[in-house]
Ligand binder design. Structure first.
Ligand code: NAP
Length: 374
C-alpha cells in the first residue's frame, strides 16, 4: 500500500481482528494506493498504535461519523456491525466491501469473486461519489469456486458435492488461541478450556459450529449452496455440503465432487480451454453453454491455466495440497484430480482444494474487489 494523493481514502473496519490484520498485509503486499487510511475497531481497541510500513496509525472507535470522506470501506467486524454501519457508510458515499454474511443474499448486492464474476459489479466505481455495497462470499465458497469455476466454464457443472475441513482461523483470532491453548493443555494432561467451541477441539474434529437449521444443514453448508447459485447465476445447479471444523490452525481444505452435463471426453478442446481461462478478470463471463465433459488430463490443464489457482497433483510421490502449504499464500491449490468412478456414463470428477481462507477467503478477495473499483 502506498501513499498517493490521487489514491482513494480507505477505512478498515475491524482492523484488530484476524481478517483486519490480513487486510493490512495484503494492501501492503499489493502496493494498494491510498490517500488516507483510517483504522477502525471497537471502543476496546481505540487508541492502540498500529505500525504500518513506515508510519504509525492510531486505531479509532467505529462511530457513525467514521465514514466522512471515505471512498472504500473494508468491513470485517461481524454481521451486526456491518448491518448497523454498512448503510451509514454507503449513505456517506463510500463503497463498502463487506466480509460478513449480512448482505450476501440481498438482491442487488453483488457477491463477487474477482476471478469468477467481476461483471456482477459493473458500473460501481470509486470517484463517482456514489456509495454501494459489495459482498465478499463465504470463505469456503470462494475456495471451492476458485477451482470449480474454470471447469464449470468448460463443461457446465450440474451437481457439486462438497466436504470441508475448516481451520480454526475461520472462527476468528480467539479460536486460533483456543486451539493452541487446548493443544498445550491436552499434552500436559489438563482438561481443555472450551470457551469458543462447546467441545474439545485439539486432537478432535466436529461438525461446523454454525447453527443447525430446520432442514438439518448448518448455516455454513447452506451458504455454500445459496452463494454458489448466486455467483454462477445458475439457480438450477445442485449443491450439497458437509462442513467440518478440523484442528488446523489456518487454511481450509475441501473435497469437491463435480458432475458435468455431458460425459467426460479426451483432450479434444484443450486449446480452447486455455484461451477461456486466460481471459482477463473483467472479461471472464461464465459460459453456461455445455461443450463437453472433461477428462482428468484436460481438467488438470484447465486448472493450471486458471488465474489464482495452482495445481499440486503428484501421484508418484503422493504429494497433494495441504493447508500448511497454502497458509499465507494467495493461490488456491488443487490436486487429487481424478475421474469419479462411481458416476455412470463417465460424467464426474473428484478434486481436493486447499486455500487460505483469511487471505483468499476474506482479505485478498476484498482487496482484489477494491482494485477493480479503482
Ligand atoms: N476469519 C476468517 O477466516 C473469515 C473469513 C471470511 C469472513 N470472515 C468474516 O469477517 C468478520 C471478522 O472476522 P474475524 O475472524 O476477523 O473476527 P475477529 O478476529 O474476532 O475480529 C473482529 C473485529 O471486529 C471488531 N469489532 C468487534 N466489535 C466491534 C464494534 N462494536 N465496533 C467496531 N469493531 C468491532 C474487533 O475489534 P476489537 O479488537 O476492538 O474487539 C475486531 O477488530 C466476520 O464477519 C467473519 O464472519 C472471517
Amino acid at each position: 500500500m502506498s501513499l498517493q494523493e490521487s489514491g482513494p481514502s480507505v477505512a478498515i473496519v475491524g482492523v484488530t481482528g484476524a481478517v483486519g490484520q490480513e487486510f493490512l498485509s495484503v494492501l501492503s503486499d499489493r502496493d494498494f494506493p491510498y490517500r488516507s487510511l483510517k483504522l477502525l475497531a471497537s471502543k476496546r481497541s481505540a487508541g492502540k498504535s498500529v505500525s504500518y510500513q513506515d508510519r504509525t496509525f492510531t486505531v479509532q472507535e467505529l462511530t457513525a461519523d467514521s465514514f466522512d470522506d471515505v471512498d472504500i470501506a473494508l468491513f470485517s467486524a461481524g454481521g451486526s456491525i456491518s448491518k448497523q454501519f454498512g448503510p451509514i457508510a454507503v449513505d456517506k458515499g463510500a463503497i463498502v466491501v463487506d466480509n460478513s454474511s449480512a448482505f450476501r443474499m440481498v438482491d442487488g448486492v453483488p457477491l463477487v469473486i474477482p476471478e469468477v464474476n467481476p461483471e456482477a459489479m459493473d458500473g460501481i466505481k470509486v470517484g463517482k461519489k456514489k456509495g454501494a455495497l459489495i459482498a465478499n462470499p463465504n470463505c469456503s465458497t470462494i475456495i471451492c469456486l476458485m477451482a470449480a469455476t474454470p471447469l464449470h466454464r468448460h463443461a457446465k457443472v450440474t451437481r457439486m458435492v462438497v466436504s470441508t475441513y475448516q481451520a480454526a482461523s475461520g472462527a476468528a483470532a480467539a479460536a486460533m488461541h483456543e486451539l493452541e491453548l487446548q493443544t498445550r493443555e491436552v499434552l500436559e494432561g489438563k482438561p481443555p478450556t472450551c470457551n469458543i467451541f462447546k467441545q474439545q477441539y485439539a486432537f478432535n474434529l466436529f461438525s461446523h459450529n454454525a447453527p443447525v437449521l430446520g432442514n438439518g444443514y448448518n448455516e455454513e453448508e447452506m451458504k455454500m449452496v445459496k452463494e454458489t447459485r448466486k455467483i454462477w447465476n445458475d439457480m438450477n445447479v445442485k449443491v450439497t455440503a458437509t462442513c467440518i471444523r478440523v484442528p488446523v490452525m489456518r487454511a481450509h481444505a475441501e473435497s469437491v465432487n463435480l458432475q458435468f452435463e455431458k460425459p467426460l471426453d479426451e483432450l479434444s478442446i484443450l486449446e480452447k480451454s486455455r484461451a477461456d481461462c486466460n481471459r482477463d478478470m473483467r472479461g471472464s463471463v461464465i459460459q453456461i453453454e455445455a461443450k463437453t465433459g472433461i477428462s482428468e488430463d484436460t481438467a488438470r490443464e484447465i486448472l493450471k491455466a486458471a488465474p489464482g489457482v495452482v495445481v499440486i497433483d503428484d501421484r508418484t510421490s503422493n504429494h497433494f495440497p495441504t493447508p500448511l502449504e497454502v497458509s499465507s499464500k494467495d493461490d488456491v491449490a488443487v490436486g487429487r484430480i481424478r475421474q469419479d468412478v462411481s458416476q455412470e456414463g463417465n460424467h464426474g470428477l473428484d478434486i481436493f482444494v486447499c486455500g487460505d481462507q483469511v487471505r483468499k477467503g476474506a482479505a485478498l478477495n476484498a482487496v482484489q474487489i477494491a482494485e477493480l473499483l479503482l
